[in-house]
Design a protein around this ligand. Structure first.
Ligand SMILES: Cc1cc2nc3c(=O)[nH]c(=O)nc-3n(C[C@H](O)[C@H](O)[C@H](O)COP(=O)(O)O)c2cc1C
Length: 392
Protein backbone atom coordinates (compact mmCIF):
# COMPACT_ATOMS: atom_id res chain seq x y z
CA UNK A 1 0.00 0.00 0.00
CA UNK A 2 1.49 3.37 -0.94
CA UNK A 3 1.61 5.67 2.04
CA UNK A 4 -0.36 8.84 1.32
CA UNK A 5 0.58 11.86 3.41
CA UNK A 6 -1.97 14.61 3.91
CA UNK A 7 -1.61 18.02 5.54
CA UNK A 8 -4.46 19.10 7.85
CA UNK A 9 -7.44 20.11 5.76
CA UNK A 10 -9.41 21.93 8.47
CA UNK A 11 -8.69 23.75 11.68
CA UNK A 12 -7.41 27.14 10.56
CA UNK A 13 -4.36 28.96 11.82
CA UNK A 14 -3.44 26.77 14.76
CA UNK A 15 -3.07 23.85 12.42
CA UNK A 16 -0.76 25.75 10.07
CA UNK A 17 2.52 24.13 11.03
CA UNK A 18 4.61 25.95 8.48
CA UNK A 19 4.48 28.71 5.86
CA UNK A 20 3.36 26.22 3.18
CA UNK A 21 0.28 25.43 5.30
CA UNK A 22 -0.47 29.16 5.62
CA UNK A 23 -0.12 29.47 1.86
CA UNK A 24 -2.73 26.76 1.41
CA UNK A 25 -5.13 28.56 3.79
CA UNK A 26 -4.55 31.76 1.83
CA UNK A 27 -5.17 30.03 -1.49
CA UNK A 28 -8.51 28.79 -0.29
CA UNK A 29 -9.66 32.12 1.20
CA UNK A 30 -9.01 34.54 -1.66
CA UNK A 31 -10.19 34.46 -5.30
CA UNK A 32 -7.79 32.91 -7.79
CA UNK A 33 -6.82 36.19 -9.48
CA UNK A 34 -5.86 37.71 -6.12
CA UNK A 35 -3.77 34.68 -5.19
CA UNK A 36 -2.15 34.79 -8.62
CA UNK A 37 -1.15 38.45 -8.03
CA UNK A 38 0.71 37.41 -4.88
CA UNK A 39 2.11 34.16 -6.13
CA UNK A 40 3.27 34.77 -9.65
CA UNK A 41 6.65 35.66 -11.10
CA UNK A 42 7.63 37.13 -14.44
CA UNK A 43 7.79 35.28 -17.77
CA UNK A 44 8.94 31.66 -17.28
CA UNK A 45 9.23 32.19 -13.51
CA UNK A 46 12.84 30.96 -13.55
CA UNK A 47 13.91 33.65 -11.03
CA UNK A 48 11.02 32.72 -8.79
CA UNK A 49 11.96 29.03 -8.79
CA UNK A 50 15.67 29.73 -8.44
CA UNK A 51 15.04 31.74 -5.25
CA UNK A 52 13.86 28.47 -3.67
CA UNK A 53 16.16 25.94 -5.31
CA UNK A 54 19.24 28.00 -4.34
CA UNK A 55 18.44 27.34 -0.68
CA UNK A 56 18.30 23.61 -1.33
CA UNK A 57 21.83 23.65 -2.74
CA UNK A 58 23.12 25.11 0.54
CA UNK A 59 23.58 22.58 3.36
CA UNK A 60 24.13 23.22 7.04
CA UNK A 61 27.00 21.69 9.02
CA UNK A 62 26.03 21.32 12.70
CA UNK A 63 28.40 21.54 15.67
CA UNK A 64 27.65 18.84 18.18
CA UNK A 65 27.67 18.74 22.00
CA UNK A 66 27.20 22.47 22.57
CA UNK A 67 25.05 23.83 25.41
CA UNK A 68 22.45 25.89 23.53
CA UNK A 69 20.03 26.46 26.38
CA UNK A 70 20.62 30.26 26.27
CA UNK A 71 19.38 30.74 22.76
CA UNK A 72 18.04 34.07 21.54
CA UNK A 73 17.72 35.74 18.17
CA UNK A 74 17.88 39.41 19.12
CA UNK A 75 19.94 41.51 16.72
CA UNK A 76 20.52 45.13 15.78
CA UNK A 77 18.93 46.33 12.58
CA UNK A 78 20.13 49.75 11.37
CA UNK A 79 21.71 50.29 14.77
CA UNK A 80 18.58 49.66 16.82
CA UNK A 81 17.58 46.51 18.70
CA UNK A 82 15.14 44.09 17.05
CA UNK A 83 13.60 40.99 18.62
CA UNK A 84 14.36 38.88 15.55
CA UNK A 85 16.53 39.21 12.43
CA UNK A 86 13.44 39.93 10.32
CA UNK A 87 11.77 42.89 8.61
CA UNK A 88 8.41 42.73 6.89
CA UNK A 89 9.17 43.88 3.36
CA UNK A 90 7.18 46.25 1.15
CA UNK A 91 4.31 44.81 -0.84
CA UNK A 92 1.69 46.80 -2.71
CA UNK A 93 -2.09 46.30 -2.57
CA UNK A 94 -2.12 44.51 0.77
CA UNK A 95 -5.69 45.68 1.33
CA UNK A 96 -6.78 43.36 -1.51
CA UNK A 97 -5.84 40.33 0.57
CA UNK A 98 -7.60 41.19 3.81
CA UNK A 99 -9.25 44.27 5.30
CA UNK A 100 -6.51 44.33 7.98
CA UNK A 101 -4.07 45.12 5.12
CA UNK A 102 -1.04 47.27 5.92
CA UNK A 103 -2.18 48.01 9.45
CA UNK A 104 -2.45 44.30 10.27
CA UNK A 105 1.04 43.67 8.91
CA UNK A 106 2.50 46.69 10.72
CA UNK A 107 0.83 45.79 14.01
CA UNK A 108 2.11 42.20 13.87
CA UNK A 109 5.63 43.52 13.19
CA UNK A 110 5.38 46.02 16.06
CA UNK A 111 4.11 43.33 18.40
CA UNK A 112 7.11 41.12 17.67
CA UNK A 113 9.54 44.07 17.73
CA UNK A 114 10.74 44.20 14.12
CA UNK A 115 10.39 46.89 11.40
CA UNK A 116 7.56 47.06 8.87
CA UNK A 117 8.10 48.50 5.40
CA UNK A 118 5.13 50.25 3.82
CA UNK A 119 4.97 50.23 0.01
CA UNK A 120 4.44 53.34 -2.09
CA UNK A 121 1.67 51.19 -3.64
CA UNK A 122 -0.04 50.62 -0.31
CA UNK A 123 -3.77 50.75 0.13
CA UNK A 124 -3.39 52.69 3.41
CA UNK A 125 -2.02 56.21 3.79
CA UNK A 126 1.38 56.24 5.44
CA UNK A 127 0.09 58.62 8.13
CA UNK A 128 -2.70 56.18 9.04
CA UNK A 129 -0.23 53.31 9.45
CA UNK A 130 1.92 55.46 11.76
CA UNK A 131 -1.11 56.49 13.80
CA UNK A 132 -2.84 53.13 14.04
CA UNK A 133 0.05 50.65 14.18
CA UNK A 134 3.14 52.45 15.50
CA UNK A 135 6.31 50.41 15.87
CA UNK A 136 9.39 50.77 13.70
CA UNK A 137 8.24 51.95 10.28
CA UNK A 138 10.21 52.09 7.06
CA UNK A 139 8.86 53.69 3.87
CA UNK A 140 9.48 52.10 0.48
CA UNK A 141 9.86 54.54 -2.39
CA UNK A 142 9.13 54.06 -6.05
CA UNK A 143 10.29 57.04 -8.08
CA UNK A 144 7.74 57.60 -10.83
CA UNK A 145 7.70 59.77 -13.93
CA UNK A 146 6.28 62.63 -11.89
CA UNK A 147 9.07 63.28 -9.36
CA UNK A 148 6.62 65.31 -7.26
CA UNK A 149 5.11 62.01 -6.04
CA UNK A 150 8.45 60.94 -4.52
CA UNK A 151 9.01 64.39 -2.99
CA UNK A 152 5.56 64.29 -1.42
CA UNK A 153 6.08 60.79 0.00
CA UNK A 154 9.52 61.61 1.44
CA UNK A 155 8.25 64.80 3.07
CA UNK A 156 5.20 63.07 4.57
CA UNK A 157 7.13 59.98 5.73
CA UNK A 158 9.70 62.17 7.49
CA UNK A 159 6.91 64.15 9.17
CA UNK A 160 5.13 60.95 10.26
CA UNK A 161 8.31 59.64 11.95
CA UNK A 162 9.34 56.89 9.52
CA UNK A 163 12.78 55.68 10.47
CA UNK A 164 14.13 54.67 7.06
CA UNK A 165 13.49 55.04 3.36
CA UNK A 166 13.84 52.01 1.09
CA UNK A 167 14.38 53.13 -2.51
CA UNK A 168 13.38 50.31 -4.87
CA UNK A 169 15.50 50.35 -8.02
CA UNK A 170 14.62 47.13 -9.83
CA UNK A 171 11.21 48.02 -11.25
CA UNK A 172 11.97 50.92 -13.58
CA UNK A 173 11.21 48.60 -16.48
CA UNK A 174 8.32 46.52 -15.29
CA UNK A 175 8.35 42.71 -15.36
CA UNK A 176 5.77 40.84 -17.41
CA UNK A 177 3.81 38.65 -15.03
CA UNK A 178 2.01 36.72 -17.68
CA UNK A 179 -0.18 34.59 -15.43
CA UNK A 180 -1.33 37.67 -13.57
CA UNK A 181 -2.15 39.43 -16.85
CA UNK A 182 -4.31 36.51 -17.93
CA UNK A 183 -6.75 37.34 -15.12
CA UNK A 184 -7.68 40.59 -16.93
CA UNK A 185 -9.40 41.39 -20.24
CA UNK A 186 -7.48 44.65 -20.27
CA UNK A 187 -5.63 46.56 -17.55
CA UNK A 188 -7.91 46.98 -14.56
CA UNK A 189 -10.72 44.90 -16.08
CA UNK A 190 -10.90 41.38 -14.63
CA UNK A 191 -12.20 38.66 -16.95
CA UNK A 192 -15.72 37.32 -16.38
CA UNK A 193 -14.15 34.17 -14.97
CA UNK A 194 -12.19 36.24 -12.40
CA UNK A 195 -15.34 38.14 -11.45
CA UNK A 196 -17.41 34.98 -11.02
CA UNK A 197 -14.63 33.49 -8.92
CA UNK A 198 -15.11 36.25 -6.33
CA UNK A 199 -18.63 34.86 -5.72
CA UNK A 200 -17.08 31.54 -4.71
CA UNK A 201 -15.18 33.38 -1.95
CA UNK A 202 -17.93 35.16 0.00
CA UNK A 203 -15.78 35.51 3.13
CA UNK A 204 -13.20 37.51 1.17
CA UNK A 205 -15.91 39.43 -0.69
CA UNK A 206 -17.60 40.60 2.52
CA UNK A 207 -14.33 41.30 4.33
CA UNK A 208 -12.46 43.13 1.57
CA UNK A 209 -15.02 44.69 -0.76
CA UNK A 210 -17.90 44.78 1.72
CA UNK A 211 -16.03 46.75 4.38
CA UNK A 212 -14.06 49.35 2.48
CA UNK A 213 -15.03 48.96 -1.18
CA UNK A 214 -12.33 48.41 -3.78
CA UNK A 215 -8.96 49.27 -2.20
CA UNK A 216 -7.17 52.30 -3.65
CA UNK A 217 -3.58 53.54 -3.95
CA UNK A 218 -4.02 55.78 -0.93
CA UNK A 219 -0.47 57.12 -0.79
CA UNK A 220 -0.52 59.01 -4.05
CA UNK A 221 -4.11 58.99 -5.28
CA UNK A 222 -4.13 62.79 -5.41
CA UNK A 223 -1.55 62.57 -8.22
CA UNK A 224 -3.60 60.10 -10.29
CA UNK A 225 -6.30 60.98 -12.82
CA UNK A 226 -9.85 60.44 -11.50
CA UNK A 227 -10.79 56.74 -11.66
CA UNK A 228 -7.19 55.52 -11.90
CA UNK A 229 -6.57 55.07 -8.17
CA UNK A 230 -8.48 51.78 -7.87
CA UNK A 231 -6.15 48.94 -6.95
CA UNK A 232 -7.99 46.35 -9.06
CA UNK A 233 -5.55 45.15 -11.65
CA UNK A 234 -2.82 47.17 -9.98
CA UNK A 235 -0.02 45.20 -11.51
CA UNK A 236 -1.39 45.97 -14.94
CA UNK A 237 -1.83 49.69 -14.23
CA UNK A 238 1.40 50.24 -12.30
CA UNK A 239 3.80 49.64 -15.23
CA UNK A 240 2.66 52.87 -16.88
CA UNK A 241 3.71 54.91 -13.85
CA UNK A 242 7.34 53.81 -13.85
CA UNK A 243 10.23 55.51 -15.47
CA UNK A 244 13.22 54.02 -17.28
CA UNK A 245 15.23 57.26 -16.94
CA UNK A 246 15.94 56.72 -13.23
CA UNK A 247 19.69 56.60 -12.51
CA UNK A 248 22.20 57.00 -9.69
CA UNK A 249 21.61 60.77 -9.96
CA UNK A 250 18.17 60.11 -8.50
CA UNK A 251 19.80 58.41 -5.53
CA UNK A 252 21.93 61.51 -4.98
CA UNK A 253 18.75 63.62 -5.18
CA UNK A 254 16.97 61.35 -2.68
CA UNK A 255 19.96 61.42 -0.31
CA UNK A 256 19.74 65.23 -0.30
CA UNK A 257 16.03 65.23 0.49
CA UNK A 258 15.73 62.31 2.94
CA UNK A 259 17.28 63.09 6.32
CA UNK A 260 17.27 59.64 7.94
CA UNK A 261 18.47 56.09 7.17
CA UNK A 262 18.47 55.25 3.47
CA UNK A 263 18.49 51.82 1.86
CA UNK A 264 18.49 50.83 -1.77
CA UNK A 265 16.49 47.75 -2.71
CA UNK A 266 17.55 46.11 -5.94
CA UNK A 267 21.27 45.41 -5.57
CA UNK A 268 22.77 42.13 -6.83
CA UNK A 269 26.40 42.97 -7.57
CA UNK A 270 29.46 44.13 -5.63
CA UNK A 271 29.84 47.12 -7.98
CA UNK A 272 26.32 48.39 -7.26
CA UNK A 273 26.71 47.75 -3.54
CA UNK A 274 29.94 49.80 -3.49
CA UNK A 275 28.30 52.60 -5.43
CA UNK A 276 25.31 52.71 -3.07
CA UNK A 277 27.73 53.03 -0.14
CA UNK A 278 29.71 55.77 -1.86
CA UNK A 279 26.54 57.79 -2.45
CA UNK A 280 25.59 57.75 1.23
CA UNK A 281 23.26 54.76 1.64
CA UNK A 282 23.14 53.16 5.07
CA UNK A 283 22.14 49.76 3.76
CA UNK A 284 21.29 47.63 0.75
CA UNK A 285 18.59 45.06 0.10
CA UNK A 286 19.75 42.17 -2.07
CA UNK A 287 16.68 41.17 -4.04
CA UNK A 288 15.28 40.13 -7.40
CA UNK A 289 11.85 41.41 -6.37
CA UNK A 290 10.67 37.92 -5.49
CA UNK A 291 11.13 36.78 -9.11
CA UNK A 292 8.62 39.35 -10.37
CA UNK A 293 10.95 41.54 -12.43
CA UNK A 294 13.92 40.29 -14.49
CA UNK A 295 13.44 36.61 -15.29
CA UNK A 296 16.42 34.24 -15.27
CA UNK A 297 17.89 36.51 -12.60
CA UNK A 298 20.41 35.26 -10.07
CA UNK A 299 19.03 34.47 -6.60
CA UNK A 300 20.08 37.01 -3.94
CA UNK A 301 21.40 34.22 -1.66
CA UNK A 302 23.88 33.25 -4.40
CA UNK A 303 25.56 36.68 -4.44
CA UNK A 304 25.29 37.32 -0.70
CA UNK A 305 28.76 36.02 0.34
CA UNK A 306 30.70 38.21 -2.11
CA UNK A 307 28.62 41.33 -1.41
CA UNK A 308 28.77 40.85 2.36
CA UNK A 309 32.56 40.41 2.13
CA UNK A 310 32.90 43.64 0.13
CA UNK A 311 30.59 46.03 2.02
CA UNK A 312 29.28 44.17 5.08
CA UNK A 313 31.39 46.17 7.52
CA UNK A 314 30.22 49.53 6.15
CA UNK A 315 26.61 48.87 5.16
CA UNK A 316 23.67 46.95 6.57
CA UNK A 317 23.14 43.99 4.27
CA UNK A 318 19.53 42.87 4.08
CA UNK A 319 18.27 40.12 1.81
CA UNK A 320 14.95 38.79 0.52
CA UNK A 321 13.65 36.24 -1.97
CA UNK A 322 12.10 32.87 -1.25
CA UNK A 323 12.47 32.87 2.54
CA UNK A 324 9.94 30.33 3.85
CA UNK A 325 11.81 28.44 6.59
CA UNK A 326 14.00 29.08 9.60
CA UNK A 327 16.75 27.16 7.80
CA UNK A 328 16.59 29.75 4.97
CA UNK A 329 16.91 32.61 7.45
CA UNK A 330 19.84 30.98 9.26
CA UNK A 331 21.68 30.27 5.98
CA UNK A 332 21.45 33.96 5.01
CA UNK A 333 22.62 35.17 8.43
CA UNK A 334 25.50 32.70 8.39
CA UNK A 335 26.56 33.95 4.95
CA UNK A 336 26.71 37.57 6.09
CA UNK A 337 23.23 39.10 6.01
CA UNK A 338 22.25 41.37 8.91
CA UNK A 339 18.55 40.61 8.50
CA UNK A 340 15.99 39.02 6.20
CA UNK A 341 12.98 40.71 4.62
CA UNK A 342 9.83 38.68 4.28
CA UNK A 343 7.57 39.03 1.25
CA UNK A 344 5.09 36.31 0.45
CA UNK A 345 5.62 34.42 3.74
CA UNK A 346 3.88 37.15 5.74
CA UNK A 347 1.41 37.88 2.93
CA UNK A 348 0.17 34.28 3.09
CA UNK A 349 -0.55 34.91 6.78
CA UNK A 350 -2.40 38.13 5.97
CA UNK A 351 -4.46 36.50 3.22
CA UNK A 352 -5.24 33.52 5.46
CA UNK A 353 -6.48 35.45 8.50
CA UNK A 354 -5.45 39.11 8.62
CA UNK A 355 -3.27 40.36 11.47
CA UNK A 356 -3.56 37.05 13.36
CA UNK A 357 -2.31 35.23 10.28
CA UNK A 358 0.72 37.55 10.03
CA UNK A 359 1.45 36.94 13.70
CA UNK A 360 1.29 33.21 13.02
CA UNK A 361 3.68 33.54 10.04
CA UNK A 362 6.19 35.43 12.20
CA UNK A 363 5.77 32.93 15.01
CA UNK A 364 6.49 30.06 12.60
CA UNK A 365 9.61 31.75 11.21
CA UNK A 366 11.01 32.73 14.62
CA UNK A 367 10.25 29.34 16.19
CA UNK A 368 11.98 27.58 13.32
CA UNK A 369 14.95 29.97 13.46
CA UNK A 370 15.32 29.33 17.18
CA UNK A 371 15.23 25.57 16.64
CA UNK A 372 17.79 25.69 13.82
CA UNK A 373 20.16 27.83 15.91
CA UNK A 374 20.01 25.18 18.63
CA UNK A 375 20.42 22.26 16.25
CA UNK A 376 23.45 23.95 14.71
CA UNK A 377 25.08 24.41 18.13
CA UNK A 378 24.56 28.19 18.31
CA UNK A 379 23.12 30.41 21.02
CA UNK A 380 22.73 33.56 18.96
CA UNK A 381 23.04 35.03 15.50
CA UNK A 382 26.56 36.18 16.45
CA UNK A 383 27.62 32.51 16.66
CA UNK A 384 26.73 31.93 12.99
CA UNK A 385 29.31 32.08 10.21
CA UNK A 386 30.08 30.77 6.73
CA UNK A 387 31.82 27.72 8.22
CA UNK A 388 28.33 26.34 9.00
CA UNK A 389 27.15 26.37 5.36
CA UNK A 390 28.39 24.42 2.35
CA UNK A 391 27.19 24.45 -1.24
CA UNK A 392 26.52 20.85 -2.35
C1 LIG B 1 2.39 40.78 -3.96
C2 LIG B 1 3.72 41.46 -3.94
C3 LIG B 1 3.80 42.83 -4.03
C4 LIG B 1 5.04 43.48 -4.00
N1 LIG B 1 5.08 44.85 -4.02
C5 LIG B 1 6.28 45.48 -3.88
C6 LIG B 1 6.34 46.89 -3.76
O1 LIG B 1 5.32 47.57 -3.78
N2 LIG B 1 7.56 47.46 -3.61
C7 LIG B 1 8.72 46.72 -3.56
O2 LIG B 1 9.80 47.28 -3.41
N3 LIG B 1 8.68 45.37 -3.65
C8 LIG B 1 7.49 44.75 -3.79
N4 LIG B 1 7.45 43.37 -3.83
C9 LIG B 1 8.71 42.60 -3.66
C10 LIG B 1 8.94 42.29 -2.18
O3 LIG B 1 9.27 43.45 -1.44
C11 LIG B 1 10.08 41.29 -1.98
O4 LIG B 1 11.22 41.76 -2.68
C12 LIG B 1 9.75 39.87 -2.46
O5 LIG B 1 8.41 39.58 -2.22
C13 LIG B 1 10.63 38.87 -1.74
O6 LIG B 1 10.41 37.57 -2.21
P1 LIG B 1 9.47 36.49 -1.48
O7 LIG B 1 8.06 36.95 -1.72
O8 LIG B 1 9.78 35.22 -2.17
O9 LIG B 1 9.81 36.50 -0.02
C14 LIG B 1 6.22 42.71 -3.89
C15 LIG B 1 6.13 41.32 -3.81
C16 LIG B 1 4.90 40.69 -3.82
C17 LIG B 1 4.85 39.19 -3.69
Amino acid sequence: MPWKRRAFSTGGLTRALNIADLRELARRRVPGFIFEYVEGGSEDEASLRCNRTSFEALRLIPQTLVDTSNRHQRVEILGRPAAAPLIIGPTGLNGMLHSDGDIGLARAAAKLGIPYTLSTMSTTRLEDVARQAGGRLWMQLYVMKDRAVAEDIMRRAAAAGYEALVFTTDANVFGSREWDRRSYRQPGKPTLRSKLDTLRHPGWLIDVLGRNGIPRFRNFETFLPPGAASAVGGSTIIPKLFDATITWDDLTWIRRLWPRKLLIKGVLSVADAERAGALGCDGIVLTNHGGRQLDSCIAPIDVLPEIAAAVGKRLSVIIDGGFRRGTDVVKALALGADAVMTGRATLYGLAADGERGVERALEILTTETDRVLGQLGCNSVADLGPHLVRRC
